[in-house]
Write a protein that binds this ligand. Sequence first.
Ligand code: CO8
Length: 258
Amino acid sequence: MSEYQTLIIEQRGAVTLVTLNRPEALNALNAQVLADLLAAIRAFDADDSQGCAVITGSAKAFAAGADIKEMQAMDFAAMYGSDHFAGWDVFTRTRKPVIAAVAGYALGGGCELAMMCDFILAADTAKFGQPEIKLAVTPGMGGSQRLAHAVGKAKAMEMCLTGRMMDAEEAERAGLVARIVPAADLVEEAVKTAATIAGMAPLAVKANKEMVNAAFDMGLSQGVQFERRLFHGLFGTADQKEGMNAFVEKRPGNWQGR
Ligand code: CO8
């Protein structure tokens, strides 16, 4: 039996495929999902045989939000006292890349989880939204910030204030998703993309992820400086020598991860 109550984990070569599995609640994110996901993602990050992860849901729902039934009776003291949702910050500290493969609903916390991943591949059936306003609350897992970064103020504001959903095409046009694929091919395409990433030199993968993320926290000149220092640092690795030698010798690189 799986050690996870709400996830199915498969290793496909160097790719960890994580499938959210709470079909009775359209994968709503409750405390158990958070605990399972943090444990799974920590195990993935610590496993040298794994280079990239994919998080997906079902055909109907990636995740239909934070679990409303779990939050329904909570008051301010319970929310603030437990710093509810702070655990999700841990998820974003994963150093290896994580791809969200989204089919169906990605609403509220589901949209926020997808945006916490490094990029989103969307099925043509995907629907994104921050409908918390309809519950008289707001996004609580970073959605207002990450959506505004991804799609700009006008669309983020409209989405948060009206709670309307964006389909896959609009999401791609707006820059929320990297690419749309037919629903039937979503998981295979995401695993294939993850395998491509997992086939790259591991330190370069971490450095690329870290520097693109820095663009959201740093000003331009500071970010460019950060990029350059990380770039310089990679010239202290065996894989940089191997990568450039392999190019000159017209052969694939053989990475050591150091
Ligand atoms: N939480 C708990 N249960 C849910 C959720 C959810 N977010 N979404 C769906 N479910 C449950 C339903 O209650 C239903 O259970 P049951 O069969 O026991 O009645 C089951 O999943 C199936 O759902 P539906 O029957 O509603 O399925 P439909 O196909 O009719 O509709 C929808 C699908 C449109 C996705 C609909 O389920 C829906 O609107 N869901 C809620 C979407 C939503 O509002 N999400 C945002 C939640 S709030 C959030 O994510 C962040 C809150 C931040 C708070 C900040 C606090 C610090």
